[in-house]
Design a protein. Sequence first.
Length: 247
Amino acid sequence: MADATQAAPLSNLDSPSQRQRIAPLWHTILLLAVIFGVSAVGYVNTRKSGAIPQARMFTYVTTLILEWVLFTYVYLGEKLSRGTRAAQRIGGRWATMGDFGIDIAVAFGVWIAFLTIGGTLNFLLKPAGTKVVAALVPHSLPELAVWIVLSATAGFCEEYVFRGYLQAQFRAITGSVWAAVVIQAIVFGIGHGYQGITEMAIIFVYGLLFGSVAAVRKSLRPTMLAHGWADTFSGIGGYALHLLHRI
């Protein structure tokens, strides 16, 4: 397992070396510009025409490509700047079956919290963006297969980009773990513009949940698992509801 100072995505800032930026500032600004730009385009498109059902597979594939492009960008930025390896940013590898079991248990708890928070906020706020998401869930087995791959990808890549890279970079810039948690959650929410303003606010809360767990656990493993599960089962549930002609 990697050493503690490098493995922890959000360890306490108790030495000057830990306060160094993990990549050049321009690298982070460019990443934010891409995230906000893609989100703005998605917001405008869905406001004009809504989700286009026949474009589901195209949307899945383009999103899959974008996820890996963003991951590669932040990975190379850290690797070339500080020599940070992916395993170090994630939080090291499982050393024992006990560590694995703890992460599974934490991930399950995060997933339950995700479902509870999401269900409550969607019930209270009734966001219009749920119609967009409903139109994008799989309607066929090939779409479901690609959706599951996309869900696993989102769990890995988005946690690495937001709770890993951005959270660590904002921690270094602000000197505060919890300021970093809040800022990355804001970026995470804004990054989902295609779902609409209310859904962006809900996703901000999800970002707080995932970021807080990453900070406390000092690992991205539980949130990667929980994020992947949440997306996967939302697609399976949506596919089932489509078969029942409920959506």
